[in-house]
Ligand binder design. Sequence first.
Ligand SMILES: *Cc1c(COP(=O)(O)O)cnc(C)c1O
Ligand code: SF4
Length: 439
Amino acid sequence: MVEARKYRVFTLRNFAKVPQVQQYLTPEQLHDIEVVGNVLPFKVNNYVIDELIDWTNIPHDPIFQLTFPQREMLSAAHYREMEKALSQDLSKAELKLVANKIRYELNPHPDGQQHNVPMLDDTKLTGIQHKYRETVLFFPSNSQTCHAYCTFCFRWPQFVGIDELKFAMKETDLLVEYLRRHPEVTDVLFTGGDPMVMSAKKMRAYIEPLLEADLPNLRTIRIGTKSLAYWPYKFLTDKDADEMIALFEEITERGYHLAFMAHFNNPVELKTEAVRQAIKRIIATGAQIRTQSPVMKHINDRPADWKEMWLEQVKLGCIPYYMFVARDTGAQDYFAVELERIWDIYHKAYQQVSGIARTVRGPSMSTNPGKVQILGINEINNKKVFTLRFIQGRQPSWVNKPFFAKFDPDAIWLDDLEPAFAPEFFYEQSSALKNISLN
Ligand SMILES: *Cc1c(COP(=O)(O)O)cnc(C)c1O
Ligand code: SF4
């Protein structure tokens, strides 16, 4: 049995009181956290601190890197700018101006993030994104936070308040109506932040109307969440844990596929008794847990990390699903791994697991035209190339066709790549673009 744990959250305001912080961090490290944490979001909880971080391995510990701001996450110039502002006894509003100026220089809106807001008659559905034909993303207004914040998070502008997401009233009614009018949609993906910060009661208020609408096209309800890694007690001992589990059972009993899209970034997150029990409990409802993570320097950039994650996940009954390339936003320079090396990590890890764990797809870049997978590095006509393909595309017809980019050892994102044998990538040709519907 896992003992209940009371959720305690730490931010810039109170983190210096954490015993481990006092014992293991130097005054310089505290200062760095203060400076960087005034620009990028910072939030951590007692489970992460007590069970996941190995405090004898600071600063290299992957979960410390995942949750605590590090000096090098800002450029030297940005760091000095914020540091200077903090030393000047400025008002809160003045500090925020400095922070926001820096934030806007960190590419807060990498491609594709601001598009895809669909319409229902004259209403803009700001809580919905519909980029790929079968799947609609739904951002419940009550899930715009997380149990802790990842230092690499691409949703960081929401958490620091420079993207005020505006939500529609009666958002669930609008979602149901949208699904009714879009019979091509089979999957709804609840995302955020983290929908699993919501109470069971709030979650039920979203799910029930969906179930009651009895939409013939709806097959899969997905929940994108980091809660298993950051707060497994959500499904074990929190006061509404049983209610949440009962809600999952209701979804599967009604004949829907409930897919838990769980974010795990490092094998450590799979090792506590709490996470193992939580996984068991969720799977027992008939749900399936699929896993995903980006490849990040300092967190999981060795083949052994991935091999171990996939093996552990399979052993615990989860299905490895996606390996992503880090997006070009926020502290990307700190975390970015060259595409060549990411391919190598994937390739080496994939070789070492049995077919059961080879359900994982990657390495994949979520770009404006679609999810682009690196299939390999090849030589064609004496030319070294990246072989790529879409695993998801704005145009369904783009999916699965291999295409080629010039090899570039420094490339970290699709933008850095050039077509190998043509003036443009096939999806950039005007005939391809002409047909794009942005909804
Ligand atoms: C990845 C993704 C999906 C889901 O794609 P699947 O391949 O079906 O998992 C849906 N919408 C967006 C915007 C995505 O990035
Ligand atoms: S859990 Fe997901 S949304 Fe939340 S901070 Fe981490 S990456 Fe961002």
